[in-house]
Design a protein around this ligand. Structure first.
Ligand SMILES: Cc1ncc(COP(=O)(O)O)c(C=O)c1O
Length: 437
């Protein structure tokens, strides 16, 4: 593997008027094969606009079968989004009004809004400092008689500690739900994410590891969870599936959220799943390359993973050592951006800090979940979440859609990081001058 050398242009930082290294570009993303595009066109040509489930639509049946084969023959429900799949997971497990779900404060909001939209109550526990994944060791202390589930998120494509989470859920007789929206294909101890929980939801929106236009899917080992989830997303009376359980039939109607997948996205799901393993392998290969080439970096490093933990790197997340660097994460990140690396902080603040959860002093447009939170008496303001707060203040994220061979772009990323590190003295001076002015 070629090492990265600093060019002459590295004489001063772009932030202080020097010449930038240059933009880090990405693979065209998402990518669809010509075969996928032709199939999508055919669906439109045939006017197959309505997706009433696998019984009516061979495209949906094919997609669900393909995904099920990928996920060890579990039951799969293709849906309109990741959020729909996650809410379906909760509904399928009959988690609703006032039930408590232990979850992470460090994620995309939909991991939490799926709980709120069931009028259930999120209970936030802190995360591991290095990865931002839910800390299993804090979960048992948060369990109450109202706890019905743990909802873990495989954030940035890093698998949560599923074996430990499963053991805790089983010990307490509660469900384990996985949010695999950023982690298609990630593995821990030989098991794929989505295959340990009682239900898992995945997003397949256009920026995800498995991209379509907007879609998602639910995976569950429990047939009844599958049907109950299907019932809240579509009118099962219009889609008389032969296996639909008799005992659920009296409860079928059109009081639904309309979470159906379209035949158009169903063909994209099928076609994209044919490529997932090669995409995952490329993401891992590029991540290993980045780790190796960054071995000499002092202030920015990728999280360490235990043996058997295989992330999929939906986004690249790194830990910044502000104390050693002598500048804040934001100043360092600004210097990276000015050189051409689109670095950012993905999670703006712990979710429980968000105003739309604070029924006590909320003044915005009305939202449906506040009365459930008020009834439960939860106060999310200023929760003690030291690791979550530390990670938000000290991590740096970047896109990592390297699904084609892109060693030159990895090299450029490394060049930028090493250049900023090499000029840390100048960056400290810059930060001081900013504070003084
Ligand atoms: C962790 C996580 N959960 C849930 C979702 C929701 O997925 P969707 O946008 O498909 O509803 C996303 C998507 O951005 C996500 O990143």
């Amino acid at each position: 593997m070629a090492s990265v050398t600093l060019p002459q242009t590295a004489s001063s930082l772009a932030l202080t008027g020097g010449i930038p290294v240059g933009d880090v570009a990405y693979s065209r993303y998402p990518q669809f094969t010509e075969a996928a595009i032709a199939r999508a066109a055919q669906v439109l040509r045939e006017g197959k606009a309505i997706g009433l489930g696998r019984f009516h639509s061979p495209e949906i049946a094919e997609a669900e079968k393909t995904i099920s084969e990928y996920h060890g023959d579990r039951h799969v429900l293709a849906c309109s989004s990741g959020h729909a799949a996650l809410q379906g997971a909760l509904a399928g497990l009959e988690i609703c009004g006032g039930d408590e779900v232990i979850t992470t404060p460090y994620t995309w909001g939909a991991s939490t809004s799926c709980i709120l939209h069931q009028n259930a109550v999120p209970v936030f526990v802190d995360v591991e400092r290095d990865t931002g994944l839910i800390d299993p060791e804090l979960i048992e202390a948060a369990i109450t008689p109202c706890t019905r589930a743990i909802l873990a998120v495989h954030i940035f494509g890093q698998p949560a500690n599923l074996q430990r989470l499963r053991a805790i859920a089983d010990k307490h007789g509660i469900a384990l739900i996985e949010d695999g929206s950023q982690a298609h294909g990630a593995r821990t101890n030989g098991v794929r994410v989505g295959e340990v929980g009682d239900a898992a939801g995945f997003s397949c929106m256009g920026g995800k590891v498995l991209p379509t236009t907007e879609a998602g899917y639910l995976v569950t080992p429990h047939e009844e969870v599958f049907w109950k989830a299907a019932m809240i997303g579509q009118h099962m009376g219009r889609s008389p599936e032969p296996d639909f359980p008799d005992k659920l039939k009296p409860w079928v109607d059109s009081l639904v959220y309309t979470y159906r997948v379209t035949p158009l996205n169903a063909v994209l799901l099928t076609e994209q799943f044919g490529r997932i393993e090669s995409w995952v392998a490329e993401r891992r290969r590029h991540a290993d390359m980045l780790r190796e080439k960054l071995a000499g970096a002092k202030y920015l490093r990728m999280p360490d993973y235990a043996e058997g933990v295989l992330p999929v790197y939906h986004l690249m997340t790194m830990n910044f050592d502000a104390a050693a660097a002598g500048v804040s994460r934001d100043v360092f990140m600004k210097a990276l951006q000015e050189e051409g690396l689109h670095a950012f902080g993905y999670v703006p603040s712990p979710i429980p800090d968000w105003k739309r959860l604070h029924w006590q002093d909320y003044a915005g447009p009305r939202v449906s979940w506040l009365s459930a939170l008020e009834q439960a008496g939860v106060d999310y303001r200023n929760l003690d979440l030291p690791n979550c707060r530390h990670r938000i203040a000290n991590s740096i994220e970047m896109r990592f859609d390297y699904i084609d061979d892109q060693e030159p772009m990895i090299d450029r990323t490394v060049e930028i990081i090493l250049k900023v590190e090499a000029h840390i003295g100048a960056l400290r001076d810059f930060a001081k001058s900013q504070n003084a002015s």
